[in-house]
Ligand binder design. Structure first.
Ligand code: FES
Ligand code: FE
Length: 312
């Protein structure tokens, strides 16, 4: 558990535990001495600066010496990017995905409300990478029943990433030329998928018929082994800032997630197996297999003192 806040405008994060009597700091607040730059514990009023050092213990008076150990634990890294705060409890093995569309002024950006789910973070991320379920699970949204076969695309590997591009068929409800009969509803789509362990993925959808593009950053926050909060950030260049269409697109994305959750929340285990003998994979599951391998390498790295030897 963490307490995340701005002190004097600076984003900071601390373990949510006061060193005095271990009260959660999140019950406290910031104070105006001198400029909203102190976090005050809500139990006995100890004050901490942006480095986590205690600067005042009200009960002993300002002249007293502050104990050396009166400081807050901090995560290895915290930063703000793509509309989210990203926190790494331990030294991160990799950076954040390159979601360049988010900063491109020709793209509109929006995000779905964070969604609490009863599924595993690894399962959710794996599902987001999977392409073979689209014509089976997503028939209520964009999937085309019967458009089942997938070409077995190769997987590219980067530093703690794996990616591939599928050519799929989908129903493009967002193409205005469908209504005029100039374009078919069922269209080809180039679907780029990239995963970055532990549980963040990025997809890029390019629509060859319209030349437009859409990208979604998908990140899973594990609450515990059984529960996950899903964050979906979208950037697309086909709506020209039309707020109504963007809102409709977010509602559509919520329906897509509903379709996935109907499957994922029915699992009896929320664990994603990384032992390749547990599941049966085919040639179109290469990205899913690569994801499991990366997770395995992450686990091995965290179990080995000289973890860097396991860099993929
Ligand atoms: Fe935080 Fe005492 S527990 S000041
Ligand atoms: Fe899905």
């Amino acid at each position: 558990h963490w307490v995340v806040l701005r002190l004097d405008g600076e984003l900071v994060a601390f373990a949510d535990r006061c060193p005095h009597r271990l009260a959660p700091l999140s019950i406290g607040g910031t104070i105006d001495t001198p400029a909203g730059d102190r976090l005050r514990c809500g139990y006995h009023g100890w004050e901490f600066d942006h480095t986590g050092a205690c600067t005042r213990i009200p009960a002993v008076g300002d002249a007293a010496t502050i104990p050396e150990r009166a400081r807050l634990d901090r995560p290895a890294a915290v930063q703000e990017r793509y509309g989210l705060v990203w926190l790494a409890p331990d030294e991160p093995v990799t950076g954040l995905p390159d979601f360049w569309e988010w900063d491109d002024p020709t793209f509109d950006t929006c995000w779905n409300d964070p969604r609490p789910t009863a599924a595993g973070a690894g399962q959710l991320c794996d599902n987001f990478l999977d392409a073979a379920h689209l014509p089976v699970v997503h028939t209520g949204t964009f999937g085309v029943p019967g458009a089942d076969e997938l070409p077995p695309e190769p997987v590219s590997h980067g530093h703690w990433t794996a990616s591939t591009t599928y050519r799929v068929t989908y129903r493009n409800h967002d193409d205005p030329l469908v209504a005029t009969g100039e374009h078919p509803l069922e269209q080809p789509q180039d679907l780029y998928k990239e995963v970055r362990p532990a549980t963040t993925a990025l997809i890029r959808l390019v629509f060859p018929l319209t030349g437009k593009a859409l990208a979604i950053l998908f990140s899973c926050l594990p609450v515990d082994a059984e529960r996950t909060v899903v964050f979906k950030m979208m950037a697309r260049n086909d709506f020209a800032g039309d707020g109504e269409r963007l809102a409709a697109s977010l509602a559509f994305e919520d329906l897509v997630l509903d379709e996935d959750l109907a499957v994922l929340e029915a699992y009896r285990s929320t664990a994603l197996p990384i032992d390749p003998t547990v599941e049966v994979s085919t040639r179109v599951d290469r990205l899913s297999v690569a994801y499991r391998r990366l997770l395995g390498e992450l686990v091995a790295r965290n179990q080995t003192p000289a973890g860097a030897a396991n860099e993929p």
